[in-house]
Design a protein around this ligand. Structure first.
Ligand SMILES: C[S@@+](CC[C@H](N)C(=O)[O-])C[C@H]1O[C@@H](n2cnc3c(N)ncnc32)[C@H](O)[C@@H]1O
Ligand SMILES: [Zn+2]
Length: 366
């Protein structure tokens, strides 16, 4: 089957969606991830002044490597599956592009070779590849994680094992997943005296995607540790509080309703994106991309999001209060009128962030 993405056309053997990832035969290609790849292609356009080489660490059909080569990068792909390697090579050829595809365990490759941009796109957790990625990357590491259940605490033990943090299945679970992933990546990079700063992150269609800019130096890495900490959450009234610290000091009971709280961490509490960077990426999405309008919408929402952890869901709050919902614009307007900051978030149409606590939100909008 032929598929066109951006300015390239590639051959993929079969269509497989996220739900059946890793099963069956044939080289993997997930059409649902076109948005992820379009955003990546736009990021590559933005960073092309500082970056020349790109590693598509798990290349499968080669689609990411082919798109990077088309954007003018020295593209390298790796895969342990021989059929994937053959297909990726033929997909570069059919587009008249040069690039190198290795039949190799990419961890070994990354320990031996440097690339300006390293892109991890594995089945499930990226953690088995994270150390090697930070050894290899000079400027940016891009990471997809599809193991959202462990990340957000729905599969608790697996999340603890993979990420060395306590995840909790809260009502802000997509953001929990992102912040658990960022915490693990920042701590992994720090082992090599690297500061990995997230410049763009999104949670879409059951995957988490983040782009981290690398700066060298123990001091820079230490500074990022100041953005790690814990969040306490009340499942009953949806109160939450966060604290930047490496020593957990959980709140025993919710100060609003007295219910015992859940604590998650250490999670990343700093910004998950850089506004100027996200805006530049949004401007770099050409009309010709298959997901252009969805990608621009997503990036516009991300750019407008308050950095503050963590987001609320307006419908869940009203449900707890036993009151009918109002329109989102009216709701956010009422928060702002009461003197609070408020923004939509990309986690869902009824999600928002604010500097107001649950009691203040209720007072402002009811
Ligand atoms: C999710 S797919 C990659 C999808 C592709 N990047 C895309 O955008 O369509 C994961 C790929 O990683 C490959 N893989 C798994 N472990 C690997 C390893 N240790 N080294 C290299 N490739 C590996 C698999 O064979 C599979 O083709
Ligand atoms: Zn409470």
């Amino acid at each position: 089957m032929e598929v066109t993405e951006g300015a390239v056309t590639i051959e993929v053997p079969e269509e497989r969606h996220g739900a059946s990832e890793g099963s069956g035969s044939g080289v993997f290609y997930n059409p649902v991830q076109e948005l992820n790849r379009d955003v990546t292609a736009a990021v590559l356009r933005v960073v092309d002044d500082e970056c020349d080489s790109y590693l598509d660490a798990m290349t499968a059909s080669g689609v990411r490597a082919v798109r990077a080569a088309e954007a003018g990068y020295a593209a390298t792909g790796c895969d342990i599956d021989e059929a994937a390697v053959d297909l990726a090579r033929s997909n570069l050829e059919r587009n008249g592009l040069s690039g190198t595809i290795h039949h190799r365990n990419v961890n070994a490759h990354m320990h031996e070779h440097g690339h300006d941009v390293v892109d991890l796109d594995p089945f499930g957790t990226p953690i088995p590849f994270a150390d090697a990625a930070f050894r290899s990357a000079r400027e940016y590491v891009c990471v997809t994680a599809t193991d959202t259940a462990p990340l957000c605490g729905a599969h608790f033990e697996s999340g603890v094992r993979s990420y060395g943090a306590v995840p909790r299945n809260t009502e802000f679970h997509p953001e929990m997943g992102l912040r658990v992933l960022l915490s693990a990546l920042v701590r992994t990079a720090a082992r090599y005296d690297l500061a990995a700063t997230p410049v763009l992150s999104h949670v879409s269609s059951h995957y988490v995607r983040t782009y981290l800019r690398l700066d060298g130096g123990a001091r820079a890495a230490d500074e990022l540790f100041g953005e790690l900490g814990y969040v306490d959450h009340c499942q009953r009234c949806l109160w939450r509080a966060h604290e930047r610290t490496l020593v957990a000091d959980p709140t025993a009971a919710c100060p609003e309703c007295g219910q015992s709280t859940w604590t998650a961490g250490p999670i990343w509490l700093g910004p998950a994106h850089d506004v100027a960077f996200v805006e530049r990426v949004g401007e770099a999405v050409p009309e010709s991309f298959g997901t252009a309008s969805a990608a621009r919408d997503l990036l516009g929402t991300v750019a407008g999001e308050l950095h503050r952890p963590t987001h609320y869901d307006q419908h869940r709050l009203y449900k707890r209060w036993g009151e009918p919902n109002t329109a989102m614009d009216e709701f956010l307007g009422a928060l702002r009128e009461a003197g609070h900051e408020a923004s939509r978030t990309h986690y869902g149409g009824t999600t928002f962030k604010t500097d107001a606590g649950v009691a203040e939100i209720r007072e402002a909008v009811l």
